[in-house]
Design a protein around this ligand. Structure first.
Ligand code: SF4
Ligand code: SF4
Length: 201
């Protein structure tokens, strides 16, 4: 378990209701409330993990990070999931279960895998359950997608401005490319990686 001590806060005088923050929040913590006389952008204090992504994207500089009254705990107990399944899915995704896959939050592959097995089966649900993707939010989507794929989860198109793209890793390089460019030693890299991470089924 980790805790977060800040929360995104919106300056209503500056907010132009452009919706950008709603679209980019990795935990879906922001919504548009139309129940009052004036529409308002609201932040769910149980979902904001203070990643600052909304703050850095807001065109009006209307978002700031403020101290929370009480720290918010987040994270998942990976031991609640079937450990044999956790191991199998991590191996299938070419990851060691204890491998850190979100450096900003120091989250291990087994935590995200356990969260998938416990029913959190989109990148946004995994972000909220584990904190994954609530740091820089740049590289970790690839690890999330690899684990979801290894677990057999098929996703719809990413909502809003979320991004479900991945980048190529050594495991994805076609043999003909490795053979065509021997100066990059891709084939040798793959042999070495297979010794470290024997392929799961
Ligand atoms: S991004 Fe900024 S201006 Fe746009 S809705 Fe969010 S707080 Fe308001
Ligand atoms: S989780 Fe990040 S993007 Fe979402 S409201 Fe909190 S600071 Fe903003």
């Amino acid at each position: 378990m980790q805790t977060v001590n800040k929360i995104a806060t919106i300056d209503r005088e500056k907010c132009s209701l452009c919706m950008t923050c709603i679209r980019v929040c990795p935990t879906k913590a922001i919504c548009l409330d139309k129940s009052g006389d004036e529409p308002l952008v609201l932040i769910d204090d149980q979902k904001c993990l203070a990643c600052t992504i909304c703050m850095t994207r807001c065109p009006e500089e209307a978002v700031s990070m403020e101290p929370r009254e009480e720290p918010l705990p987040f994270g998942i107990d990976y031991t609640l999931a079937d450990q044999i399944e956790v191991e199998r899915i991590c191996r299938k995704a070419h990851m060691h279960p204890e491998q850190i896959i979100c450096y900003c939050r120091r989250i291990q592959a087994r935590e995200v895998t356990a969260a998938i097995l416990l029913g959190h089966q989109t990148p946004e649900a995994l972000a909220l359950a584990t904190g994954m993707r609530t740091g820089c939010g740049v590289l970790c989507i690839t690890s999330v997608m690899r684990l979801l794929k290894a677990a057999g989860v098929v996703l719809d198109k990413a909502p809003g401005w979320q991004w479900y793209g991945t980048y190529m890793t050594i495991w994805d390089v076609p043999k003909e490319i490795a053979d065509k460019y021997p100066e990059y030693y891709l084939g040798e890299d793959l042999i070495a990686m297979r010794q470290v991470f024997p392929e799961g089924e």
